[in-house]
Design a binder for this molecule. Structure first.
Ligand SMILES: NC(=O)c1ccc[n+]([C@@H]2O[C@H](COP(=O)([O-])OP(=O)(O)OC[C@H]3O[C@@H](n4cnc5c(N)ncnc54)[C@H](OP(=O)(O)O)[C@@H]3O)[C@@H](O)[C@H]2O)c1
Length: 254
């Protein structure tokens, strides 16, 4: 099967490409680095020729409201149009659990716009919504910092390892389109402040942590339902402490 991974050089894309490649598929890692730009359309027709499946795991270089909306709208429109011409049989896209509950954020308005374009296009599709990646804990801390204090919500989250995201995505790529949404999540549900606080502690980060129910997540006040998946979610196995032990071996052993 020929599979084109848009954003194939990224955190998720590179692991997905390796996994599909090791299963014997013809996999193209497509991104601006290799001359394929979903936003401008450059290189898309050539990359998609004879493709069976296209996976969109690209991410916007800017999270500014207008820029991120333009990225996901233009990228999705161009991709879906090029897929129709190439006769692609399945479009798989990675989105985020709770997207419709986070619409106070420009990033999540852009992800919802991406999902809507996929849903109304004639290309059979699967949208895989993942929870926050363990690799993203530092990013959450940075966007939550004011004057060296990290302000964190005690609302629940259920984050997951990016390797588990890639595994679940690969399964979706190799299955028939569901023409709907699949949710995937990690095995543990705990306060956001606990996950991010643990990450800060394990990386010897000097910033103080303050827990505040009003602390926004990317500009949005959240509760226990905001970031957590529904009961039908596929639960992937890697726990946060296992992941930390593998990724931060010296700190965890100390
Ligand atoms: N962070 C989270 O916790 C989380 C949770 C759930 C879902 N997600 C979703 O996961 C997806 C992937 O995230 P990631 O962290 O793996 O991204 P990433 O590591 O930032 O990688 C971004 C990828 O997008 C490519 N790209 C940038 N501009 C492009 C363009 N104009 N056309 C085509 N490709 C372009 C980059 O290519 P170059 O290397 O060539 O620049 C790179 O391969 C995103 O859609 C995000 O919404 C994230």
């Amino acid at each position: 099967m020929k599979i084109v991974v848009i954003g194939g050089t990224g955190l998720i894309g590179s692991q997905l490409v390796s996994r599909l490649d090791s299963l014997g598929h013809e996999v193209i890692a497509a991104s601006p680095t290799s001359g394929v730009n979903a936003v401008t359309g450059e290189g898309l027709a050539a990359a998609l020729a004879d493709a069976d499946v296209v996976v969109d795991v690209a991410n916007s270089p800017s999270f500014e409201d207008a820029a991120v909306l333009a990225f996901f709208e233009a990228g999705s429109r161009n991709l879906l149009a090029a897929e129709a011409v190439a006769g692609v049989r399945h479009h798989v896209a990675l989105s985020v659990v709770g997207t419709e509950r986070l619409q106070g954020s420009g990033y999540f308005r852009a992800k919802l716009a991406q999902e809507r374009l996929i849903e109304v296009s004639p290309i059979p599709y699967t949208i895989v919504r993942a929870t926050q990646f363990f690799e993203f804990m530092g990013g959450i801390a940075n966007t939550s910092t004011r004057e060296d204090v990290v302000w964190l919500s005690p609302a629940a989250m259920q984050p997951m390892a990016s390797a588990d995201v890639a595994e679940a995505l690969a399964d979706a790529v190799l299955a028939a389109p569901v023409n709907g949404m699949i949710e995937i999540a990690g095995p543990e549900r705990a306060p956001l402040a606990e996950f991010v606080g643990t990450w800060l502690g394990q990386t010897d980060d000097p910033r103080a942590v303050a827990v505040d129910p009003a602390a926004p997540y990317f500009g949005v006040e959240i509760d226990d339902a905001s970031l957590t998946p529904g009961p039908a979610a596929r639960i992937m196995p890697t726990r946060f402490d296992e992941w930390l032990a593998r990724h931060l071996p010296t700190q965890v052993a100390a």
